[in-house]
Write a protein that binds this ligand. Structure first.
Ligand code: FMN
Length: 310
């Protein structure tokens, strides 16, 4: 049996990425019900909000689900208390060091899967005793590292003995087969699941992804060391201009504050931050999570059968 499915107690090794403002209990429940692992994103939300989302998902699915914890959130300690008390089956973590929470999480049986952009961080996380690693390439939407999925995944696979889940640039069976060829035992997808029927993101947000072409997801913030990938729009042009003028991280952050929320929740895709991966160019429809997952699973056999290398 696939190790990721075994560890997480799920049918298919397909994980829906935690996405601030986007990945609510509605999306997570739909993915979990379809046999993958749905994830609620805690982002910078206060603990009460995370608790409500967990209460909601428990009414929508009896399958395993996860919570994505932003370790730099001002509410992280309170959010972790909720995770403990609700015995959340899985957490994925971004931006920071989860080590101080690991003993307690293990005690209650929560699986811990950090998202990493480098071999060094993957190795450090394995030492802390995490259950698996998500290796996320720079193709991904949102906050990113530098290495591509193609380059990062096999190097992480070679460096750790826990299962590796590939993320960044995956939206169909070809991406899944490629990830497994690189040594991954699971995939995490973000952008593809934004364009699902169950995702609560505003229609304008979904349509911006559907309408995007191969080079439309660009990066701002490289100069400050905090790069973010979003679809090209007025806000991104202004961000890049600020960066060119040598703006500090604080200035860039100030400009970006609240922009993801207005894009996702209000459909403000001109002034808002339309976080999306490069794979947006290939996402051309909005469909139920079950269909997204079933089509991928069905197609993998065809893709594998079509491989003629010699
Ligand atoms: N990753 C996190 O760990 N925490 C987040 O809050 C988060 N927010 C995101 C918001 C959006 C709108 C998107 C598109 C991605 C976000 N990500 C976040 C990254 C995803 O969890 C996932 O790893 C990534 O989207 C995978 O790449 P893909 O978009 O090419 O599928």
């Amino acid at each position: 049996m696939n190790r990721v499915c075994e560890i997480l107690n799920i049918k298919y090794p397909i994980i829906q990425g935690g996405m601030a403002w986007v990945a609510t209990s509605e999306l997570a429940a739909a993915v979990s019900n379809a046999g993958g692992l749905g994830i609620i994103a805690a982002g910078n939300a206060p603990a009460e909000v995370v608790k409500e989302e967990i209460a909601k998902i428990k009414t929508m699915t009896d399958k395993p689900y996860g919570v994505n914890v932003m370790l730099l959130s001002p509410f992280v300690d309170e959010v972790m208390e909720v995770i403990y008390s609700e015995k959340v089956p899985v957490i994925t973590t971004g931006a920071g060091n989860p080590s101080k929470y690991i003993d307690k999480l293990k005690e209650i049986g929560t699986k811990i899967i950090p998202v990493v952009p480098s071999v060094a961080l993957a190795k450090r996380m394995e030492k802390y005793g995490v259950d698996a690693i998500i290796a996320e390439g720079t193709e991904a939407g949102g906050h990113i590292g530098e290495l591509t999925t193609m380059v990062l995944v096999p190097q992480v696979v070679d460096s750790v003995s826990i299962p590796v889940i590939a993320a960044g640039g995956i939206a169909d069976a070809r991406g899944v087969v490629a990830s497994f060829a690189l040594g991954a035992q699971g995939v995490q997808m973000g952008t593809r699941f934004v364009c699902s029927t169950e995702c609560i993101a505003h229609e304008n947000y979904k349509m911006a992804i559907v309408g995007a072409k191969d080079r439309d997801a660009i990066v701002a913030g490289r100069a400050t060391g905090h790069p973010v990938r979003c679809l090209k729009n007025k806000l991104m042009k202004e961000m890049l201009q600020l960066e060119k003028e040598g703006a500090s991280l604080e200035e860039m952050d100030k400009k970006g504050i609240g922009r993801l929320r207005i894009a996702v929740r209000e459909g403000e895709v001109v002034e808002g931050s339309v976080m999306s991966g490069q794979i947006a160019g290939m996402v051309s429809d909005i469909k139920p999570c079950e269909q997204i997952i079933e089509e991928i699973i069905k197609d993998t056999q065809r893709v594998i059968a079509g491989l003629k290398i010699l």
